[in-house]
Write a protein that binds this ligand. Structure first.
Ligand code: NAP
Length: 282
């Protein structure tokens, strides 16, 4: 069997072309450009790179980004104040708070300070709850990007057994709710799960969101499964041992070039949607 490569890079590039046109229409009709505000706290190099990539993606589609950099010593109160200012700034259509923030900051409180209509990264409890209930909300960017990728390749989800390994607020949990929302039967696994290999063996769709290189072994995954790997580690490997699988699964996300490009693409897509709504162009 020849597996389908779920090419996030290609889907993201196609979507960028479409988003560029939508941004041009907003500009022509309103004279305004959607703006994504990015907040980077501290000097973690990986976080700085992610924020830079998000700013670059905005510019590629003709959108602007407002980069806010705060020192590592920033307090929760100061960060809440910055988010309040961005909430009230009518020129800002989306707010991204780069995760993780330094440990003295209450990250959850800061995520939840983001106004729902500007929560284009889908990190607020309110947005999560609305999404989980099937109400309108911007999806959390990484799992929403995965759902868009599965949809782009017409991967059947309804009635399938999806096993999500990981339950973090920005990935595993919303991933599970999104798959449930598309009528999958969902098993969520985490560090206390017993018999992980046995559960994974039942998966029609397996999502690796563990944060440990090749932690999920190829031998645990059944023939014909759909394999989604959110991880990315030095050496170009993900959370799933992929090489032995490519000949015997139905579809898989490459690492890199699968989930990663879809995350940023979803963030900018949701910012464009927010810009269209706020500027009366939706
Ligand atoms: P995280 O917050 O560290 O969460 C990891 C999850 O894995 C936790 O729920 C943890 O369980 C679970 N886990 C840890 N050890 C386990 C074990 N032995 N067996 C089963 N489950 C175990 O990580 P994250 O932020 O969700 O990220 C997960 C992966 O996705 C990472 O590789 C990260 O780099 C990647 N990621 C990629 C993107 C992207 O845009 N491509 C975005 C975000 C994350 P407990 O809850 O019990 O601790």
């Amino acid at each position: 069997m020849s597996a389908t490569l779920l090419d996030g890079k290609a889907v993201a590039a196609r979507t960028e072309a479409e988003l560029s046109e939508r941004v041009a229409v907003i500009k022509a009709k309103t004279g305004q450009t959607p703006i994504l505000a990015t907040i980077l706290v501290g000097d973690d190099p990986a976080s700085a790179t992610y924020v830079k990539m998000k700013g670059n993606a905005c510019r590629r589609i003709g959108m602007e980004s407002l980069a806010i950099e705060l020192p590592a010593s920033t307090t929760t109160r100061q960060l809440l104040g910055t988010i309040d200012e961005l909430n009230q700034n009518p020129d800002v259509h989306g707010i991204l708070l780069q995760h993780p923030v330094p440990s003295q900051i209450d990250e959850r409180a800061c995520f939840d300070q983001i106004a729902l209509e500007k929560d284009v990264d889908g990190v607020t409890c309110l947005g999560f709850g609305r999404m989980a209930m099937g109400e309108e909300a911007y999806g959390c960017a990484t799992p929403q990007g995965i759902m868009r990728l599965l949809e782009a390749y017409d991967i059947p989800i309804s009635g399938k057994h999806a096993v999500v390994v990981g339950r973090s607020p920005i990935l595993g949990k919303p991933m599970a709710m999104m798959l449930l929302g598309k009528d999958a039967t969902v098993t969520i696994c985490h560090s206390r799960t017993q018999n992980l290999p046995d559960l994974i063996k039942q998966a029609d769709i397996i999502v690796g969101a563990v944060g440990r290189p090749e932690f999920i072994r190829a031998e645990w995954i059944k023939n014909g499964a759909v394999v989604v790997d959110a991880g990315y580690h030095p050496g170009g490997v993900g959370d799933i041992e992929l090489a032995p699988l490519v000949e015997r699964v139905a579809a898989y996300t490459p690492v890199p070039g699968g989930v990663g490009p879809m995350t940023i693409n979803t963030l900018i897509q949701q910012t464009v949607i927010s810009g269209e709504r706020s500027l009366g162009q939706d």
